[in-house]
Design a protein around this ligand. Structure first.
Ligand SMILES: [Fe+2]
Length: 152
């Protein structure tokens, strides 16, 4: 595949990672539950590592990492996400939906990559699936908790 397209695809993924980092860095401060805040901070770190790896891949291919180029548009997206938050009880669901979009962005681009980059990107995808799973389990737990409170 053409080098330039490969760089573009990796940069698109990088942009998604940067968005995730900003969203986690803000939402972890909004979260009052210590356990959830801790997980959001951990997921932020995972996405920072992904961004670092993608930046390295783009540089190795002789490309310019997305970092500064896409900043204004990126921050507009982050702010619209933050502004759309409907309070702590909806936060998990909304961040989950954001993660879900991120996973889909990866899945859509996987086949555009060569096997070597595909393998690297699949590892990140695996971690993101774990993020999704954690959110799902946590939301399920909270639902049970609410049901208990209603029944007692
Ligand atoms: Fe994630």
């Amino acid at each position: 595949m053409e080098q330039e397209h490969l760089i573009d695809t990796l940069n698109e993924l990088l942009k998604g990672e940067q968005m995730a980092i900003h969203i986690y860095s803000r939402t972890k401060k909004l979260q009052e539950d210590a356990q959830v805040a801790h997980m959001l901070a951990r997921f932020e770190q995972d996405h920072k590592l992904h961004a670092k790896e993608l930046t390295k891949m783009v540089k190795e291919l002789g490309g310019e990492p997305n970092a500064k180029l896409g900043m204004p548009g990126l921050m507009a997206n982050v702010m619209s996400f933050i502004n759309s938050l409907r309070g702590p009880e909806h936060l998990l669901r909304q961040v989950y939906d954001g993660e879900d979009k991120g996973v889909n962005a990866y899945l859509e681009r996987l086949e555009k990559l060569d096997p070597v980059h595909q393998a690297k990107v699949k590892q990140m995808l695996e971690e993101d699936h774990n993020h999704l799973k954690w959110f799902k389990d946590r939301m399920e737990e909270e639902k049970k908790e609410r049901r208990k409170q209603i029944l007692h």
